[in-house]
Design a protein around this ligand. Structure first.
Ligand SMILES: *Cc1c(COP(=O)(O)O)cnc(C)c1O
Length: 604
């Protein structure tokens, strides 16, 4: 059976395999390699982020249609509304298409900082909701008033009583019309998943029940109770089960109903935050609910509470970000090197008379058959250990050592191809010598920070060669000088890749579902900056590459970390002959990712 890298589990029909390559399941079904070739032909080498706005659009549509269907099923009286939380991906290439796709749904934006609020004020479709979360100062509150004065439908969600006091002050000082107010409740029930901290009684965010009562009194004292429109909670990201959500819904539903009965007459909405997960696993499903189940649970639970307490059914808001954005972006990394390429047979320089163990390695290599493969491979690994010890003791020379390493790697390679790896259980008995290391032109810290920080798994697969059987158990290295820049081979979730000759052909790996959080969480370790990115759009059956944004130039990266780049250039110019300096200038104005010299696909 060919290796499909779990594409049926995680791709949600966005991608499929045909003719040995990964294709986009949309419109003219272009292959990823054809898109990559096209971008590289224009001179953009190094890692590449491909964004697919049609996938973002599909996610928005899926979210709205599932909730609307559930509301219809339960004859629900409230409306469904959603905003995109900007912290999940603020980049313009992602946000602009999201905003135009969201227009017909009245899809809005959520902001958690002043900078994000400025994006929302500028680009949000007028009339679509804006919600504001996070800790705020008086300036931030003032900005919310300004957004309101522009005509935006903005709701400030209060995290603490002091924020309410600031609203009262700004109202007095500016005489601007106040934005709507929401209260973030500190739930008794916690969340689930890695990010469960966002919910629960000891969470960083939200008001306790006492504070909620105080907040409402404070609003009444200032004749502002009519501003209160929303109850908000967020139990954390990437929920893998709905159970904690149901508890949170009941808790916040009752708070909503109690406040209505206390006289909050404009209170009309419950905002359930984000947390819808996506499938990242290539091995087994880790999300245990469908969106329709999720929606139905929300609608049903809130309907029940409204009935029980005799209040109107609340409008429902969501702030799911990961669900909307993750699948839209694919990271493509060129493979620069296979570690074992250094051990090609043509480097072997056996002597007239070789140390006995080396002579034996040579015999093992020549005589190996399918039947003896395990045994010989095992022997060769033992021999290599002994030979390395002999080298350390001064009994063999560097040429012997090189021959030993080459022969052992060749034996492993031959054994793998004789045995195939259907039966990995057997191969597992061997140590990590049998793994091939693939050096990838990217920075894990920049492009997959969640792998580094919280061991988040992402779907990984080659985008070509899929009609061939992969034979190497792979560990992946990035180009930073940091040993954490590695995705080691994991026996429980094995990744097999192809044994390619990079002198003859290119080999690219795709990392999927990287559109949520990775873009701006990434860091410039070793000063590797954001990769080149491009929006892939479809017009009249043709693929168009829009908004190619090249990875930052070295000189701009230095400027970003506050070097005086004029000074850098002056010093370098002073110390070099003009011709050399001109060459240097070219480097300064290029990005810092590695360039491959040979490129099979580009030369076609
Ligand atoms: C981060 C965040 C979200 C988005 O969460 P996802 O898990 O990406 O859906 C929504 N609301 C608030 C308040 C957040 O802090």
């Amino acid at each position: 059976m060919k290796n499909k890298y779990g594409i049926d589990i995680w791709s949600d029909n966005n991608f499929f395999i045909e003719d040995g390559v990964v294709k986009v399941d949309y419109d003219s079904n272009p292959s990823l390699i054809s898109i990559v070739k096209n971008v590289r032909k224009q001179g953009f080498k190094g890692p590449l982020l491909l964004r697919f706005p049609h996938i973002t659009k599909k996610q928005i549509k899926t979210l709205f249609s599932n909730f609307n269907a559930s509301m219809k099923e339960y004859d629900y009286k409230g409306t469904f509304n959603a905003v995109f939380p900007l912290k999940v991906n603020q980049l313009p290439n992602f946000i602009h298409p999201l905003i135009s796709a969201g227009k017909k749904y009245n899809y809005g934006l959520e902001a958690g900082s002043k900078a994000e609020l400025i994006i929302a004020m500028t680009y949000n479709n007028m009339g679509s909701p804006i919600t504001i979360n996070g800790f705020k100062d008086k300036e931030m509150i003032h900005l919310c008033f300004i957004a309101k004065s522009m005509g935006h439908d903005i709701t400030v969600i209060i995290e603490g009583l002091n924020e309410l006091e600031m609203i009262v002050e700004v109202l007095k000082e500016t005489k601007l019309e106040a934005p709507n107010v929401g209260l973030r409740v500190r739930l008794h029930s916690g969340g689930s998943g890695v990010w469960a901290k966002s919910g629960g009684i000891d969470s960083k965010f939200g008001l306790t029940s006492t504070e909620i009562l105080e907040a409402f009194e404070l609003m009444q004292d200032n004749n502002l109770e009519d501003l209160l429109t929303m109850i908000h909670f967020h139990i954390g990201s990437a929920m893998n089960s709905i159970k904690p959500l149901k508890k949170a819904l009941r808790e916040s539903g009752h708070i909503y109903a109690e406040l209505k009965n206390l006289g909050a007459k404009n209170l009309s909405s419950i905002n359930i935050g984000g947390g819808l997960s996506v499938e990242y696993s290539s091995y087994e499903r880790t999300r245990f609910y469908s969106l329709r189940e999720f929606a139905s649970d929300v609608v049903f639970t809130l309907k029940e509470i409204a009935r029980q307490k005799g209040v109107e059914e609340p409008n429902i808001f969501t702030e799911s970000g990961r669900f909307i954005s993750a699948a839209s972006t694919v990271l493509i990394t060129p493979v620069l090197e296979l570690f074992s390429a250094e051990y090609e047979l043509n480097h072997l320089k056996l002597k007239e008379k070789n140390p006995p163990l080396i002579a034996e390695l040579n015999e093992l290599y020549k005589d190996m058959t399918k039947k003896t493969a395990y045994e010989f491979m095992h022997d060769s690994i033992d021999h290599l250990e002994s030979l390395l010890t002999l080298f350390d003791l001064g009994y063999i020379d560097l040429q012997d050592r090189s021959n030993a390493e080459i022969l052992t790697h060749q034996i492993i390679k031959k054994a793998i191809s004789l045995l195939q790896i259907d039966d990995y259980e057997e191969l597992k008995r061997f140590d990590k010598n049998i793994q091939e290391k693939y050096l990838l032109n990217f920075s894990l810290f920049q492009s997959l920070p969640d792998y580094w920080g919280i061991n988040q798994e992402f779907p990984i697969m080659p985008i070509t060669h899929l009609d061939e059987k992969p034979t190497r158990s792979a560990s992946l290295w990035d180009i930073t000088c940091d040993s954490d820049g590695e995705i080691p081979f994991d026996m429980k979730k094995p990744l097999y890749l192809h044994d390619v000759n990079l002198n003859k052909e290119d080999y690219f790996l795709g990392f999927f579902n990287v559109g949520a959080y990775q873009d701006t969480l990434g860091m410039k370790h070793n000063l590797f900056s954001h990769p080149t990115e491009v929006n892939v759009v479809f017009k009249d059956g043709e693929v168009q590459l829009e908004k190619i944004l090249e990875s930052q130039k070295i000189i701009d990266i230095l400027e970003d970390i506050d070097y005086d780049t004029e000074e850098i250039q002056t010093i370098l110019r002073r110390s070099l002959p003009l011709e050399t300096y001109e060459v240097l200038q070219k480097y300064l104005n290029d990005n810092s990712y590695l360039k491959t010299i040979w490129s099979y696909y580009d030369d076609e």
